[in-house]
Design a binder for this molecule. Structure first.
Ligand code: NAD
Length: 516
Protein backbone atom coordinates (compact mmCIF):
# COMPACT_ATOMS: atom_id res chain seq x y z
CA UNK A 1 0.00 0.00 0.00
CA UNK A 2 1.39 3.41 -0.96
CA UNK A 3 2.21 5.81 1.89
CA UNK A 4 -0.33 8.53 2.44
CA UNK A 5 0.46 12.18 1.73
CA UNK A 6 -1.31 14.66 4.04
CA UNK A 7 -4.25 16.55 2.59
CA UNK A 8 -3.13 19.95 1.22
CA UNK A 9 -4.76 23.09 2.61
CA UNK A 10 -7.06 24.97 0.26
CA UNK A 11 -5.66 28.05 -1.46
CA UNK A 12 -8.44 30.59 -0.95
CA UNK A 13 -6.68 33.21 -3.08
CA UNK A 14 -7.79 31.02 -5.98
CA UNK A 15 -11.15 32.45 -7.10
CA UNK A 16 -12.64 29.03 -7.75
CA UNK A 17 -11.97 27.91 -4.15
CA UNK A 18 -13.14 31.23 -2.76
CA UNK A 19 -16.42 30.94 -4.63
CA UNK A 20 -16.90 27.28 -3.77
CA UNK A 21 -16.66 28.14 -0.07
CA UNK A 22 -18.98 31.15 -0.47
CA UNK A 23 -21.57 28.91 -2.16
CA UNK A 24 -21.26 26.34 0.65
CA UNK A 25 -21.73 29.04 3.28
CA UNK A 26 -24.96 30.11 1.55
CA UNK A 27 -26.11 26.49 1.43
CA UNK A 28 -25.38 25.93 5.11
CA UNK A 29 -27.02 29.23 6.09
CA UNK A 30 -30.18 27.89 4.43
CA UNK A 31 -30.04 24.88 6.75
CA UNK A 32 -29.60 26.73 10.05
CA UNK A 33 -32.02 26.18 12.89
CA UNK A 34 -33.07 22.64 11.98
CA UNK A 35 -33.80 19.99 14.58
CA UNK A 36 -31.47 17.02 14.94
CA UNK A 37 -32.21 13.61 16.44
CA UNK A 38 -30.12 11.17 18.43
CA UNK A 39 -28.97 8.13 16.46
CA UNK A 40 -29.13 4.78 18.24
CA UNK A 41 -28.72 1.58 16.24
CA UNK A 42 -29.28 3.67 13.09
CA UNK A 43 -32.69 4.84 14.37
CA UNK A 44 -33.42 8.57 14.58
CA UNK A 45 -34.90 9.52 17.95
CA UNK A 46 -36.30 13.00 18.67
CA UNK A 47 -36.65 13.97 22.31
CA UNK A 48 -38.81 16.61 23.96
CA UNK A 49 -35.85 17.83 25.95
CA UNK A 50 -33.55 19.78 23.61
CA UNK A 51 -30.72 22.30 23.58
CA UNK A 52 -29.49 24.78 21.01
CA UNK A 53 -26.15 25.05 19.34
CA UNK A 54 -25.45 28.72 18.62
CA UNK A 55 -23.18 30.72 16.34
CA UNK A 56 -20.45 32.24 18.56
CA UNK A 57 -19.99 35.08 16.05
CA UNK A 58 -23.68 35.93 16.38
CA UNK A 59 -25.17 34.55 19.56
CA UNK A 60 -28.76 35.19 18.47
CA UNK A 61 -28.37 32.73 15.59
CA UNK A 62 -29.29 29.09 16.24
CA UNK A 63 -27.17 26.61 14.29
CA UNK A 64 -29.30 23.64 15.25
CA UNK A 65 -31.62 22.34 17.93
CA UNK A 66 -30.44 19.06 19.34
CA UNK A 67 -32.36 16.24 20.93
CA UNK A 68 -30.89 15.52 24.31
CA UNK A 69 -30.30 12.05 25.75
CA UNK A 70 -31.18 10.97 29.28
CA UNK A 71 -30.00 7.92 31.19
CA UNK A 72 -32.65 5.68 29.65
CA UNK A 73 -31.57 6.57 26.10
CA UNK A 74 -27.92 6.26 27.12
CA UNK A 75 -28.71 2.70 28.26
CA UNK A 76 -30.26 1.95 24.86
CA UNK A 77 -27.19 3.39 23.13
CA UNK A 78 -24.81 1.19 25.13
CA UNK A 79 -26.96 -1.90 24.51
CA UNK A 80 -27.09 -1.16 20.79
CA UNK A 81 -23.31 -0.74 20.64
CA UNK A 82 -22.90 -4.00 22.59
CA UNK A 83 -25.09 -5.96 20.16
CA UNK A 84 -23.42 -4.51 17.08
CA UNK A 85 -19.99 -5.29 18.51
CA UNK A 86 -20.70 -9.01 18.07
CA UNK A 87 -20.85 -8.49 14.30
CA UNK A 88 -18.54 -5.51 13.72
CA UNK A 89 -15.67 -7.06 15.68
CA UNK A 90 -15.76 -10.00 13.24
CA UNK A 91 -15.81 -7.81 10.14
CA UNK A 92 -12.54 -8.15 8.17
CA UNK A 93 -9.98 -5.42 8.81
CA UNK A 94 -9.79 -4.40 5.17
CA UNK A 95 -13.58 -3.91 5.07
CA UNK A 96 -13.42 -1.73 8.17
CA UNK A 97 -10.53 0.27 6.72
CA UNK A 98 -12.43 0.72 3.44
CA UNK A 99 -15.20 2.43 5.40
CA UNK A 100 -12.68 5.07 6.51
CA UNK A 101 -11.21 5.48 3.01
CA UNK A 102 -14.71 5.98 1.56
CA UNK A 103 -15.62 8.46 4.29
CA UNK A 104 -12.37 10.37 3.62
CA UNK A 105 -13.18 10.51 -0.08
CA UNK A 106 -16.68 11.85 0.58
CA UNK A 107 -15.35 14.41 3.04
CA UNK A 108 -12.77 15.55 0.48
CA UNK A 109 -15.59 16.13 -2.02
CA UNK A 110 -17.74 17.94 0.57
CA UNK A 111 -14.95 19.83 2.32
CA UNK A 112 -16.32 23.33 1.71
CA UNK A 113 -19.67 22.34 3.16
CA UNK A 114 -17.96 21.06 6.32
CA UNK A 115 -15.72 24.16 6.37
CA UNK A 116 -18.86 26.29 6.35
CA UNK A 117 -20.40 24.35 9.26
CA UNK A 118 -17.15 24.75 11.21
CA UNK A 119 -17.08 28.48 10.55
CA UNK A 120 -20.66 28.96 11.69
CA UNK A 121 -20.85 26.53 14.61
CA UNK A 122 -17.30 26.80 16.03
CA UNK A 123 -16.43 30.36 14.92
CA UNK A 124 -13.39 29.15 12.96
CA UNK A 125 -11.85 31.48 10.41
CA UNK A 126 -11.86 29.81 7.00
CA UNK A 127 -8.18 28.74 7.02
CA UNK A 128 -8.61 27.17 10.48
CA UNK A 129 -11.81 25.44 9.37
CA UNK A 130 -10.06 24.11 6.29
CA UNK A 131 -7.18 22.76 8.40
CA UNK A 132 -9.71 21.04 10.69
CA UNK A 133 -11.37 19.34 7.71
CA UNK A 134 -8.01 18.35 6.19
CA UNK A 135 -6.96 16.81 9.50
CA UNK A 136 -10.16 14.76 9.69
CA UNK A 137 -9.44 13.40 6.19
CA UNK A 138 -5.85 12.64 7.24
CA UNK A 139 -6.91 10.78 10.37
CA UNK A 140 -9.17 8.45 8.38
CA UNK A 141 -6.63 7.81 5.63
CA UNK A 142 -3.92 7.22 8.21
CA UNK A 143 -5.80 5.02 10.67
CA UNK A 144 -7.24 2.88 7.86
CA UNK A 145 -3.72 2.13 6.56
CA UNK A 146 -2.35 1.73 10.07
CA UNK A 147 -4.95 -0.89 11.00
CA UNK A 148 -4.25 -2.90 7.86
CA UNK A 149 -0.53 -2.77 8.47
CA UNK A 150 -0.83 -3.71 12.12
CA UNK A 151 -3.07 -6.67 11.44
CA UNK A 152 -1.07 -7.98 8.50
CA UNK A 153 2.39 -7.68 10.01
CA UNK A 154 1.82 -8.61 13.67
CA UNK A 155 2.78 -12.28 13.41
CA UNK A 156 5.81 -11.60 11.21
CA UNK A 157 7.43 -9.87 14.18
CA UNK A 158 7.45 -13.08 16.25
CA UNK A 159 10.57 -15.19 16.60
CA UNK A 160 10.13 -18.47 14.72
CA UNK A 161 10.15 -21.68 16.72
CA UNK A 162 10.39 -25.14 15.24
CA UNK A 163 7.28 -27.30 15.60
CA UNK A 164 4.85 -24.47 16.42
CA UNK A 165 2.58 -22.16 14.49
CA UNK A 166 2.35 -18.84 16.30
CA UNK A 167 -0.12 -16.13 15.40
CA UNK A 168 -0.57 -12.62 16.84
CA UNK A 169 -3.87 -10.84 16.37
CA UNK A 170 -4.92 -7.32 17.31
CA UNK A 171 -8.50 -7.79 18.44
CA UNK A 172 -10.90 -5.01 19.46
CA UNK A 173 -11.86 -4.17 23.03
CA UNK A 174 -15.64 -3.74 22.96
CA UNK A 175 -17.94 -0.78 23.50
CA UNK A 176 -16.18 2.58 23.77
CA UNK A 177 -17.48 5.93 24.96
CA UNK A 178 -16.04 8.72 22.84
CA UNK A 179 -16.06 12.21 24.39
CA UNK A 180 -14.41 14.86 22.18
CA UNK A 181 -13.90 18.62 22.78
CA UNK A 182 -15.43 21.44 20.77
CA UNK A 183 -12.20 23.06 19.57
CA UNK A 184 -11.53 20.64 16.70
CA UNK A 185 -15.18 19.67 16.27
CA UNK A 186 -14.50 17.69 13.12
CA UNK A 187 -10.88 16.47 13.22
CA UNK A 188 -10.60 15.33 16.83
CA UNK A 189 -14.15 13.99 16.99
CA UNK A 190 -13.72 12.09 13.70
CA UNK A 191 -10.22 10.89 14.59
CA UNK A 192 -11.28 9.56 18.00
CA UNK A 193 -14.42 7.90 16.59
CA UNK A 194 -12.89 6.30 13.51
CA UNK A 195 -9.76 5.06 15.29
CA UNK A 196 -11.97 3.10 17.69
CA UNK A 197 -14.23 1.88 14.89
CA UNK A 198 -11.50 0.78 12.46
CA UNK A 199 -10.00 -1.28 15.28
CA UNK A 200 -13.30 -3.21 15.41
CA UNK A 201 -14.96 -1.52 18.37
CA UNK A 202 -18.41 0.04 18.48
CA UNK A 203 -18.94 3.40 20.11
CA UNK A 204 -21.29 5.81 21.80
CA UNK A 205 -20.24 9.28 20.66
CA UNK A 206 -21.22 12.04 23.06
CA UNK A 207 -20.38 15.18 21.04
CA UNK A 208 -19.25 18.42 22.66
CA UNK A 209 -22.31 20.50 23.53
CA UNK A 210 -21.04 23.57 21.66
CA UNK A 211 -20.52 21.76 18.35
CA UNK A 212 -23.00 18.89 17.98
CA UNK A 213 -24.20 19.71 14.45
CA UNK A 214 -20.75 19.16 12.91
CA UNK A 215 -20.65 15.79 14.70
CA UNK A 216 -24.15 14.85 13.46
CA UNK A 217 -23.17 15.72 9.87
CA UNK A 218 -20.10 13.55 10.22
CA UNK A 219 -22.04 10.52 11.47
CA UNK A 220 -24.43 10.96 8.54
CA UNK A 221 -21.39 11.02 6.25
CA UNK A 222 -20.12 7.77 7.80
CA UNK A 223 -23.53 6.21 7.11
CA UNK A 224 -23.30 7.43 3.51
CA UNK A 225 -19.89 5.73 3.31
CA UNK A 226 -21.52 2.46 4.39
CA UNK A 227 -21.15 2.35 8.17
CA UNK A 228 -23.58 -0.32 9.46
CA UNK A 229 -26.28 0.74 11.92
CA UNK A 230 -25.17 0.47 15.54
CA UNK A 231 -21.44 0.91 14.95
CA UNK A 232 -21.53 4.53 16.16
CA UNK A 233 -24.40 5.92 18.25
CA UNK A 234 -24.80 9.70 18.26
CA UNK A 235 -25.77 10.81 21.75
CA UNK A 236 -25.73 14.51 22.59
CA UNK A 237 -26.52 15.33 26.18
CA UNK A 238 -25.19 17.09 29.18
CA UNK A 239 -21.87 15.79 30.47
CA UNK A 240 -23.15 15.72 34.01
CA UNK A 241 -26.44 14.00 33.12
CA UNK A 242 -25.29 11.16 30.85
CA UNK A 243 -21.50 11.43 31.18
CA UNK A 244 -21.20 9.55 34.46
CA UNK A 245 -23.79 7.00 33.36
CA UNK A 246 -21.85 6.14 30.20
CA UNK A 247 -18.46 6.15 31.90
CA UNK A 248 -19.51 3.92 34.81
CA UNK A 249 -21.64 1.48 32.78
CA UNK A 250 -20.53 -2.14 33.16
CA UNK A 251 -20.58 -2.71 29.37
CA UNK A 252 -18.26 0.24 28.71
CA UNK A 253 -14.86 -1.25 27.92
CA UNK A 254 -12.95 1.97 27.24
CA UNK A 255 -13.31 5.73 27.33
CA UNK A 256 -11.64 7.90 24.75
CA UNK A 257 -11.68 11.44 26.10
CA UNK A 258 -10.16 14.70 24.87
CA UNK A 259 -10.89 17.83 26.86
CA UNK A 260 -10.03 19.70 30.00
CA UNK A 261 -7.90 18.42 32.84
CA UNK A 262 -10.75 18.83 35.34
CA UNK A 263 -13.24 16.70 33.43
CA UNK A 264 -10.57 14.24 32.28
CA UNK A 265 -9.28 13.57 35.78
CA UNK A 266 -12.81 12.99 37.01
CA UNK A 267 -13.56 10.51 34.23
CA UNK A 268 -10.22 8.76 34.82
CA UNK A 269 -11.12 8.30 38.47
CA UNK A 270 -14.67 7.10 37.74
CA UNK A 271 -13.47 4.70 35.07
CA UNK A 272 -11.09 3.01 37.52
CA UNK A 273 -13.98 1.75 39.66
CA UNK A 274 -15.61 -1.52 38.56
CA UNK A 275 -19.40 -1.56 38.30
CA UNK A 276 -21.26 -4.64 39.63
CA UNK A 277 -21.10 -7.28 36.91
CA UNK A 278 -18.20 -5.63 35.09
CA UNK A 279 -15.61 -8.21 34.02
CA UNK A 280 -12.72 -6.02 32.82
CA UNK A 281 -10.54 -3.10 33.80
CA UNK A 282 -11.69 -0.14 31.74
CA UNK A 283 -9.15 1.54 29.57
CA UNK A 284 -8.91 5.33 29.71
CA UNK A 285 -7.34 7.23 26.85
CA UNK A 286 -7.24 10.88 27.85
CA UNK A 287 -5.79 13.88 26.09
CA UNK A 288 -6.09 16.91 28.34
CA UNK A 289 -4.99 20.53 28.56
CA UNK A 290 -1.74 22.38 28.00
CA UNK A 291 0.22 25.42 29.09
CA UNK A 292 2.55 25.57 26.15
CA UNK A 293 5.61 27.75 25.87
CA UNK A 294 7.90 29.12 23.21
CA UNK A 295 11.43 29.69 24.49
CA UNK A 296 13.57 32.31 22.70
CA UNK A 297 17.32 32.13 23.24
CA UNK A 298 19.67 35.14 23.28
CA UNK A 299 21.00 33.87 19.95
CA UNK A 300 18.03 33.28 17.65
CA UNK A 301 16.20 34.46 14.54
CA UNK A 302 14.05 37.00 16.40
CA UNK A 303 11.72 37.79 13.50
CA UNK A 304 10.91 34.11 12.99
CA UNK A 305 10.45 33.68 16.74
CA UNK A 306 8.07 36.64 17.03
CA UNK A 307 5.99 35.45 14.07
CA UNK A 308 5.78 31.94 15.51
CA UNK A 309 4.77 33.23 18.95
CA UNK A 310 1.99 35.42 17.56
CA UNK A 311 0.61 32.79 15.24
CA UNK A 312 0.74 30.02 17.91
CA UNK A 313 -0.80 32.29 20.54
CA UNK A 314 -3.66 33.84 18.61
CA UNK A 315 -4.67 31.41 15.84
CA UNK A 316 -8.31 30.44 16.55
CA UNK A 317 -8.20 32.90 19.47
CA UNK A 318 -5.75 30.73 21.39
CA UNK A 319 -8.36 27.97 21.67
CA UNK A 320 -5.98 25.14 20.87
CA UNK A 321 -4.47 22.75 23.39
CA UNK A 322 -1.16 23.38 21.60
CA UNK A 323 -1.50 27.21 21.68
CA UNK A 324 1.47 29.21 22.93
CA UNK A 325 0.31 30.94 26.10
CA UNK A 326 3.81 31.62 27.48
CA UNK A 327 6.71 33.36 25.71
CA UNK A 328 9.86 32.77 27.76
CA UNK A 329 12.57 35.03 26.40
CA UNK A 330 16.27 35.47 27.17
CA UNK A 331 16.85 38.86 28.85
CA UNK A 332 19.23 40.00 26.07
CA UNK A 333 16.47 39.89 23.43
CA UNK A 334 13.37 40.22 25.63
CA UNK A 335 12.52 43.81 24.73
CA UNK A 336 13.09 43.25 21.02
CA UNK A 337 10.90 40.12 20.85
CA UNK A 338 8.17 41.68 22.99
CA UNK A 339 8.11 44.83 20.85
CA UNK A 340 7.93 42.85 17.59
CA UNK A 341 5.12 40.63 18.93
CA UNK A 342 3.19 43.75 19.93
CA UNK A 343 3.64 45.20 16.42
CA UNK A 344 2.46 41.99 14.78
CA UNK A 345 -0.49 41.60 17.13
CA UNK A 346 -1.65 45.19 16.78
CA UNK A 347 -2.83 44.40 13.24
CA UNK A 348 -4.90 41.36 14.19
CA UNK A 349 -8.63 41.86 14.36
CA UNK A 350 -11.19 39.66 16.07
CA UNK A 351 -14.61 39.63 14.42
CA UNK A 352 -17.21 37.60 12.52
CA UNK A 353 -15.46 34.83 10.59
CA UNK A 354 -17.70 35.45 7.59
CA UNK A 355 -15.71 38.65 7.11
CA UNK A 356 -12.54 37.05 5.73
CA UNK A 357 -10.52 40.14 6.66
CA UNK A 358 -10.73 39.23 10.35
CA UNK A 359 -7.69 37.33 11.56
CA UNK A 360 -9.56 35.54 14.29
CA UNK A 361 -13.14 34.91 15.29
CA UNK A 362 -14.99 34.81 18.59
CA UNK A 363 -14.33 32.65 21.62
CA UNK A 364 -16.67 29.70 21.80
CA UNK A 365 -19.40 30.79 24.21
CA UNK A 366 -20.52 33.01 27.07
CA UNK A 367 -18.80 30.93 29.70
CA UNK A 368 -15.43 31.04 27.85
CA UNK A 369 -15.89 34.80 27.35
CA UNK A 370 -16.47 35.33 31.08
CA UNK A 371 -13.61 33.05 32.09
CA UNK A 372 -11.12 34.76 29.75
CA UNK A 373 -12.34 38.18 30.92
CA UNK A 374 -11.49 37.10 34.48
CA UNK A 375 -7.94 36.22 33.38
CA UNK A 376 -7.63 39.70 31.81
CA UNK A 377 -8.20 41.13 35.29
CA UNK A 378 -5.75 38.70 36.87
CA UNK A 379 -3.15 39.58 34.22
CA UNK A 380 -3.53 43.28 34.93
CA UNK A 381 -2.73 42.66 38.59
CA UNK A 382 0.18 40.29 37.91
CA UNK A 383 1.91 41.95 34.94
CA UNK A 384 1.78 44.82 32.43
CA UNK A 385 -0.93 44.83 29.76
CA UNK A 386 0.91 45.82 26.57
CA UNK A 387 -2.02 45.69 24.18
CA UNK A 388 -5.36 44.10 23.38
CA UNK A 389 -8.07 42.68 25.56
CA UNK A 390 -10.82 44.89 24.11
CA UNK A 391 -14.09 42.99 24.33
CA UNK A 392 -17.56 42.89 22.86
CA UNK A 393 -20.18 40.29 23.70
CA UNK A 394 -22.61 41.30 20.98
CA UNK A 395 -23.34 40.08 18.46
CA UNK A 396 -20.63 37.50 19.25
CA UNK A 397 -18.05 36.72 21.92
CA UNK A 398 -15.10 38.74 20.66
CA UNK A 399 -11.90 39.40 22.59
CA UNK A 400 -8.96 41.23 21.02
CA UNK A 401 -5.64 39.31 21.29
CA UNK A 402 -3.86 40.50 24.44
CA UNK A 403 -0.22 40.51 25.53
CA UNK A 404 0.94 40.83 29.12
CA UNK A 405 4.61 41.46 29.94
CA UNK A 406 6.84 40.76 32.94
CA UNK A 407 5.01 37.81 34.46
CA UNK A 408 6.71 35.79 37.19
CA UNK A 409 7.16 32.06 36.49
CA UNK A 410 4.67 31.11 39.23
CA UNK A 411 2.01 33.69 38.36
CA UNK A 412 -1.51 32.50 37.51
CA UNK A 413 -1.07 33.63 33.89
CA UNK A 414 2.03 31.43 33.62
CA UNK A 415 0.42 28.42 35.31
CA UNK A 416 -3.25 28.03 34.39
CA UNK A 417 -4.64 27.05 31.01
CA UNK A 418 -6.67 30.04 29.81
CA UNK A 419 -7.76 28.72 26.42
CA UNK A 420 -8.20 32.17 24.96
CA UNK A 421 -6.24 34.95 23.22
CA UNK A 422 -3.96 35.90 26.12
CA UNK A 423 -0.17 35.65 25.86
CA UNK A 424 2.15 36.03 28.86
CA UNK A 425 5.78 37.15 28.50
CA UNK A 426 8.37 36.09 31.05
CA UNK A 427 12.04 37.12 31.14
CA UNK A 428 14.76 34.49 31.70
CA UNK A 429 18.29 35.20 32.92
CA UNK A 430 19.84 32.41 30.85
CA UNK A 431 18.85 29.70 28.38
CA UNK A 432 19.02 27.12 31.18
CA UNK A 433 16.69 29.17 33.31
CA UNK A 434 14.32 29.55 30.36
CA UNK A 435 14.05 25.75 30.14
CA UNK A 436 13.41 25.52 33.89
CA UNK A 437 10.59 28.05 33.57
CA UNK A 438 9.18 26.22 30.55
CA UNK A 439 9.05 22.96 32.55
CA UNK A 440 7.57 24.70 35.58
CA UNK A 441 3.91 23.70 35.01
CA UNK A 442 1.74 20.64 35.67
CA UNK A 443 1.36 20.15 31.94
CA UNK A 444 3.67 18.93 29.17
CA UNK A 445 1.91 19.09 25.83
CA UNK A 446 3.75 21.19 23.23
CA UNK A 447 6.68 23.56 23.32
CA UNK A 448 9.04 25.28 20.91
CA UNK A 449 12.55 26.65 21.10
CA UNK A 450 14.18 29.29 18.93
CA UNK A 451 17.97 29.27 19.04
CA UNK A 452 20.94 29.18 16.71
CA UNK A 453 23.20 27.71 19.38
CA UNK A 454 23.65 23.95 18.70
CA UNK A 455 24.48 23.03 22.30
CA UNK A 456 21.41 24.88 23.56
CA UNK A 457 19.27 23.03 21.05
CA UNK A 458 20.71 19.72 22.24
CA UNK A 459 19.94 20.73 25.84
CA UNK A 460 16.36 21.57 24.84
CA UNK A 461 15.94 18.22 23.09
CA UNK A 462 16.73 16.33 26.26
CA UNK A 463 15.42 18.68 28.96
CA UNK A 464 12.27 20.34 27.59
CA UNK A 465 9.68 17.85 28.88
CA UNK A 466 6.80 17.99 26.41
CA UNK A 467 5.14 15.41 24.19
CA UNK A 468 5.62 17.57 21.09
CA UNK A 469 8.79 19.64 20.95
CA UNK A 470 9.34 21.91 17.97
CA UNK A 471 12.62 23.58 17.11
CA UNK A 472 12.78 26.91 15.28
CA UNK A 473 9.10 26.70 14.34
CA UNK A 474 5.71 27.36 15.91
CA UNK A 475 4.21 25.01 18.53
CA UNK A 476 0.81 24.53 16.85
CA UNK A 477 -0.08 22.76 13.60
CA UNK A 478 0.74 19.07 14.12
CA UNK A 479 0.14 17.01 10.99
CA UNK A 480 -1.25 13.48 11.13
CA UNK A 481 1.43 10.84 10.58
CA UNK A 482 4.16 13.50 10.57
CA UNK A 483 3.86 14.83 14.12
CA UNK A 484 2.08 12.25 16.33
CA UNK A 485 0.34 14.31 18.99
CA UNK A 486 -0.04 13.91 22.76
CA UNK A 487 1.32 15.23 26.01
CA UNK A 488 3.07 14.35 29.26
CA UNK A 489 2.13 14.92 32.90
CA UNK A 490 -1.36 16.44 33.38
CA UNK A 491 -1.66 16.84 29.60
CA UNK A 492 -2.84 13.27 29.50
CA UNK A 493 -1.96 9.70 28.62
CA UNK A 494 0.29 10.64 25.70
CA UNK A 495 -1.81 8.58 23.30
CA UNK A 496 -0.10 10.20 20.30
CA UNK A 497 -3.06 10.72 17.99
CA UNK A 498 -2.04 10.41 14.35
CA UNK A 499 0.92 8.24 15.30
CA UNK A 500 1.89 4.62 14.63
CA UNK A 501 0.95 3.42 18.13
CA UNK A 502 -2.39 5.19 18.55
CA UNK A 503 -4.54 2.22 17.53
CA UNK A 504 -2.87 -0.04 20.09
CA UNK A 505 -5.00 1.71 22.68
CA UNK A 506 -8.19 0.46 21.09
CA UNK A 507 -7.03 -3.14 20.66
CA UNK A 508 -5.76 -6.03 22.71
CA UNK A 509 -3.18 -8.46 21.45
CA UNK A 510 -4.03 -12.17 21.30
CA UNK A 511 -1.37 -14.81 20.84
CA UNK A 512 -2.47 -18.16 19.42
CA UNK A 513 0.11 -20.93 19.52
CA UNK A 514 -0.53 -24.32 17.90
CA UNK A 515 1.65 -27.37 18.40
CA UNK A 516 2.33 -28.86 14.97
P1 NAD B 1 -14.30 19.94 28.51
O1 NAD B 1 -13.50 19.08 29.42
O2 NAD B 1 -15.15 20.98 29.09
O3 NAD B 1 -15.27 19.02 27.64
C1 NAD B 1 -14.78 17.94 26.88
C2 NAD B 1 -15.90 16.97 26.62
O4 NAD B 1 -16.32 16.40 27.86
C3 NAD B 1 -17.15 17.61 26.02
O5 NAD B 1 -17.72 16.72 25.09
C4 NAD B 1 -18.05 17.77 27.22
O6 NAD B 1 -19.42 17.80 26.88
C5 NAD B 1 -17.72 16.52 27.99
N1 NAD B 1 -18.04 16.55 29.42
C6 NAD B 1 -18.10 17.62 30.25
N2 NAD B 1 -18.40 17.22 31.51
C7 NAD B 1 -18.50 15.87 31.46
C8 NAD B 1 -18.79 14.86 32.42
N3 NAD B 1 -19.00 15.16 33.70
N4 NAD B 1 -18.83 13.57 32.03
C9 NAD B 1 -18.59 13.24 30.74
N5 NAD B 1 -18.32 14.15 29.77
C10 NAD B 1 -18.28 15.44 30.14
O7 NAD B 1 -13.26 20.53 27.44
P2 NAD B 1 -13.60 21.48 26.22
O8 NAD B 1 -13.89 22.84 26.74
O9 NAD B 1 -14.58 20.83 25.31
O10 NAD B 1 -12.21 21.49 25.44
C11 NAD B 1 -11.15 22.30 25.79
C12 NAD B 1 -10.11 21.50 26.54
O11 NAD B 1 -9.70 20.39 25.76
C13 NAD B 1 -8.84 22.29 26.82
O12 NAD B 1 -8.41 22.00 28.12
C14 NAD B 1 -7.87 21.76 25.78
O13 NAD B 1 -6.52 21.90 26.14
C15 NAD B 1 -8.28 20.32 25.70
N6 NAD B 1 -7.85 19.71 24.46
C16 NAD B 1 -6.82 18.83 24.50
C17 NAD B 1 -6.36 18.27 23.33
C18 NAD B 1 -5.22 17.30 23.35
O14 NAD B 1 -4.97 16.64 22.34
N7 NAD B 1 -4.49 17.18 24.44
C19 NAD B 1 -6.96 18.60 22.11
C20 NAD B 1 -8.01 19.51 22.12
C21 NAD B 1 -8.46 20.06 23.29
Amino acid sequence: MKPYRPEPFTDFSDTENHEALAASIRLVQGELGREYPLIIGGRRIMTEDTFNSINPSNSSQIIGTMSKANAQLAEQAIQSAGETFQVWSQTPVRERARLLFKAAAILRRRKHEFNAWLMLEAGKPRAEADADTAEAIDFMEYYGRQMIEMSETASSKLVWMNGEDNDLQYIPLGVGVVIPPWNFPLAIMAGMTTAAVVAGNTVVLKPASATPVVAFKFIELMEEAGMPAGVAQFLPGSGSEIGDFLVTHKLTRFISFTGSREVGQRIFELSAKSAPGQIWLKRFVGELGGKDAIVVDGEADLEAAARAIVSSAFGYSGQKCSACSRAIVHHKVYDAVLERCIELTANLTAGDVLDFGNYTGPVIDRSAYNKISGYMETGASEGRLMLGGGKADTPGYFIQPAIFADLGPDSVLMQEEIFGPILAFCKAGSFDEALDIANNTDYGLTGAVFSTNPSHLEAARSRFHVGNLYINRKCTGAIVGVHPFGGFNMSGTDSKAGGPDYLLQFTQLKLISEQL
